[in-house]
Write a protein that binds this ligand. Structure first.
Ligand code: UDX
Length: 431
């Protein structure tokens, strides 16, 4: 079993650290945020991830998982260092590697000879070289290796996806180093693809861009369905039985959000531009996505009779998808901001993201539950596909609402016929 340091205790770092400890490795996970580290030392996990608190506790109790403030202490005995820090979108759309390079320079003089530094965060093509250069300029031993090993985990299912990945991708020009990295995953059942760093980095971006393309595609089909009186749910069902198409990532909605798809599609577009290539399809995927969010606002405005000023609107869901408390690039936040800007009186409920949203959107009231949010509203907008919304007492919801009892279901979560029977003016997406 190996000594592993994980730098960055966030959405990628904590699951990575906890899962490696679960697999029997000795892991130190470091972050610059002292409060976060102190909480983690007590087993308190600052993000909503199914199964993660139990895994962190297991690691702490077995002694195989420790948390540390700062990268320097964490890497002292490490054979492998996983860089899991943020790579935010820079001003020009490119991924900003400032934090990554800072970490590499900081740890460079401390690393033991033969240590392998692994890029886990999503980093653009060429980043393995960038990290190698930063390590050298920071004074790392000449035999410190560098590899790319992108994560493909979905938020909310990080533990599941980390322990049961569809594939493990390792990008490294040194086969011996790549084999050492692959051995960390010995007990995981998944194909391992060893390739060059640029291809590994591209695999991550191409995968996310492809999934984003599926979403924008189905959103366009949905919009077209509305114009020709087709039901996109039936259409997707009929498409999905073809295994070449499949059912997954084909749900129309308010567009993709989160920390990955929006940022990664922009970054890939930027990479293409830098290489002198016009990635026309990807540009459209991004444009369609932005338009889709705006379309939800249009539906709400139309449902309110064309003018939102002074109209009471209830929002169900704020997180960018269900089972997460993450608001990053959430279509729901975009919709809320636009509704507030147009003068609507907005009251929202989200099972997990309410506290964060009240900081982010001070002009919006946060309700304690779905009923409080809906009470007195003329329009109810469902923006995140939390399962519990499905099971609300809609009789109670309707009696507390005001005419025109409009429901804009931006996730197609509810049954249109049942909603109309209950007296709602129901509208979904593409049906
Ligand atoms: C994604 C990828 O799935 C993961 O492999 C990658 O490593 C990181 O990015 P994540 O951002 O956690 O993970 O969420 P995902 O479940 O893929 O959803 C992304 C966005 O697309 C959400 O806003 C979601 O609501 C939206 N989406 C997803 C749709 O609108 N329709 C779909 O059919 C699927």
């Amino acid at each position: 079993m190996s000594q592993i340091a994980v730098i960055g205790a966030g959405y990628v770092g904590i699951p990575t650290a906890a899962c490696f400890a679960h697999l029997g490795h000795h892991v130190v996970c470091a972050d610059v945020d002292e409060a976060r580290v102190a909480a983690l030392m007590k087993g308190e996990v600052p993000i909503l991830e199914e199964g993660l608190p139990a895994l962190v506790m297991e690691g702490l109790q077995s002694g195989r998982l420790r948390f540390e403030v700062g990268a320097r202490e964490a890497v002292r005995d490490a054979e492998f260092v996983f860089i899991c820090v943020q790579t935010p979108q820079g001003a020009n759309g490119a991924a900003d590697l400032t934090v990554v390079e800072g970490v590499a320079r900081e740890i460079a003089p401390i690393l033991r000879p033969g240590t392998v530094v692994v890029n886990k965060s999503t980093m653009p093509v060429g980043s393995t070289d960038t990290v190698a250069r930063a390590l050298r300029s920071g004074g790392a031993a000449h035999d410190v290796g560098v590899a790319s090993n992108p994560e493909f985990l979905r938020e909310g299912q990080a533990v599941h996806d980390t322990l049961g990945p569809h594939r493990v991708v390792i990008g490294c020009d040194d086969t011996e180093v790549a084999v050492r990295v692959s051995e960390l995953y010995r007990d995981i059942q998944a194909p391992v693809l060893v390739t060059d760093p640029a291809s590994a980095e591209m695999i991550k971006y191409a995968s996310n861009a492809f999934l984003a393309t599926k979403i924008s595609f189905v959103n366009e089909i949905a919009n077209l369905c509305e114009l020709v009186n087709a039901d996109v749910r039936e259409v997707v069902l009929g498409m999905g039985y073809d295994p070449r198409i499949g059912f997954e990532v084909l749900h129309p909605g308010p567009g993709f959000g989160g920390s990955c798809f929006p940022k990664d599609t922009f970054a890939l577009l930027h990479t293409a531009q830098g290489a002198g290539y016009d990635f026309e399809l990807l540009r459209s995927v991004i444009d369609v996505n932005l338009r889709q969010r705006a379309l939800v606002v249009e539906k709400v405005r139309a449902a309110a009779g064309g003018d939102l000023s002074g109209v009471s609107v209830a929002l169900w869901g704020l997180a960018f998808k269900a089972n997460t408390d993450d608001l990053r690039d959430s279509p729901a936040v975009f919709v809320a901001e636009r509704l507030l800007a147009e003068g609507a009186v907005v009251r929202a409920f989200d099972p997990a993201a309410g506290d964060a949203a009240s900081v982010r959107l001070p002009g919006m009231a946060i309700a304690a539950d779905v009923y409080e949010a809906a009470s007195g509203a003329s329009v109810l907008v469902l923006l995140t596909e939390w399962d519990e919304f499905r099971w609300a007492d809609f009789e109670r919801v309707r009696t507390s609402m005001k005419p025109p009892f409009a429901v804009v279901d931006a996730r197609n979560l509810l049954d249109p016929a049942a909603m109309r029977r209950r007296g709602f003016a129901y509208q979904g997406i593409g049906r």
